[in-house]
Design a protein around this ligand. Structure first.
Ligand code: PMP
Length: 354
């Protein structure tokens, strides 16, 4: 069976080595005569997995002891609620959000349940085709929340604003894809199922000093402090996703870290966007300056070529190129594990449609 060129938006391609090692661990974990799936999360074989999965994130992000890393369930969607529970003051709580897409809007919706939300910038009326900029965030806000990469619309924040309050970012779809000063952020969260690992676990990076200041009685599972105090073992963690995440991050670390991944991702994105710009048949949904290096969302301008194009990319062994059902068109997700050879295959297909 030959491997497909997998442009899926998430869950998505992971390094082949991760598939092989995690499959082996399901059969016999570390040669102990037991599957990873049948041992206690508190066993001497699993605890080091969780400890290292937390430690490696801080090494890759170059963060110090003022930060903690936790793994929880519930997807990035649960973080839409955990963030305000942990940061929004119980009395007159107020937060600033920028609305850059469906996921950002989801985060806004949950935060509104706990306090006042000011949407300081939005591109909703223009189909989320750009990243709003130029807003000022003062210290009247408990925190500012943004989404670094908008998976559905193919836009990405190329830079982050200076804010006079805590900074929170949903990095689900571009975590570990580019060099960022992570120490600018107070909370970073990401569902694992793009650049980090399989679906089923969410990583949260928390600056410890920001916790415990809301005056809220936070439900236990939603309280970051509790997950930190219990080393991400407050309840049974999703052991397999955490293990596969560790393998993915080890693969990243052994292949030049975030810096090298960024170089590879820039080369892949350039290859594809150059073809989109050259080829009169294709156009991105968003403005050029806010194009995502991770998800290139584009449309075919001549409808009569649709059947030919769809048949051609499928015949070339490409998977997962359809756009999100809410906007249609095409979406080429070029996460860390996607080789540039796969992008070249897509570009060759695009070149041959005429
Ligand atoms: N934020 C972003 C940027 C996403 O792309 C997604 C979906 N993949 C989510 C949040 C929601 O994540 P989850 O399905 O893990 O709740």
């Amino acid at each position: 069976m030959s491997k497909k060129h997998n442009f899926s938006a998430g869950p998505c391609i992971l390094p082949q080595e991760v598939f092989e090692k995690s499959a082996a661990a399901i059969l016999d974990f570390n040669g102990i005569g037991l599957s990873l799936l049948e041992i206690s999360h508190r066993s001497k074989d699993f605890v080091p997995v969780m400890d290292e999965a937390r430690a490696i994130v801080k090494r890759l992000m170059k963060l110090g002891d003022d930060y903690e890393v936790i793994y929880v369930g519930g997807g990035a969607s649960l973080q839409f609620l955990m963030v305000p529970f942990n940061l929004m003051k119980s009395e007159n709580g107020k937060a600033a959000y920028v609305n850059t897409g469906t996921w950002a809007a989801g985060a806004i919706k949950e935060a509104k349940k706990l306090g006042t939300v000011d949407v300081v910038g939005s591109s909703k009326e223009e189909n989320y085709s750009f990243i709003p900029k130029g807003y000022k965030i003062g210290n009247e806000y408990d925190y500012f929340h943004c989404t670094s990469n908008n998976t559905i619309y193919g836009t990405q924040m190329r830079s982050f604003p200076e804010v006079d309050t805590l900074m929170v970012c949903d990095m689900s779809s571009d975590i570990f894809s580019r060099v960022i000063d992570f120490s600018k952020f107070d909370i970073i969260y990401a569902g694992a199922q793009k650049n980090m690992g399989p679906a089923g676990v969410t990583m949260v990076v928390v600056k410890k000093s920001v916790l415990g200041k809301t005056g809220r009685d936070i439900p236990s599972y939603l309280d970051y402090s509790l997950h930190i105090a219990k080393d991400s073992m407050f309840n049974t963690p999703p052991v397999f996703p955490v293990y596969a995440t560790l393998l993915t991050l080890q693969h990243l670390e052994n292949n030049g870290g975030i810096e090298a991944a960024e170089n590879r991702n820039e080369a892949k994105a350039k290859l594809l966007y150059d073809e989109i710009d050259r080829n009169p048949l294709f156009e991105t949904f968003c403005v050029k300056e806010d194009r995502s290096l991770m998800n290139a969302c584009f449309k075919l301008l001549d409808d009569s070529k649709k059947d030919e194009f769809d048949a051609a990319w499928k015949a070339a062994g490409i998977n997962g190129l359809n756009g999100h059902r809410s906007i249609g068109g095409y979406r080429a997700s070029m996460y860390n594990a996607l080789p540039i050879e796969s992008v070249q295959v897509l570009v060759d297909v695009m070149k041959n449609i005429n």
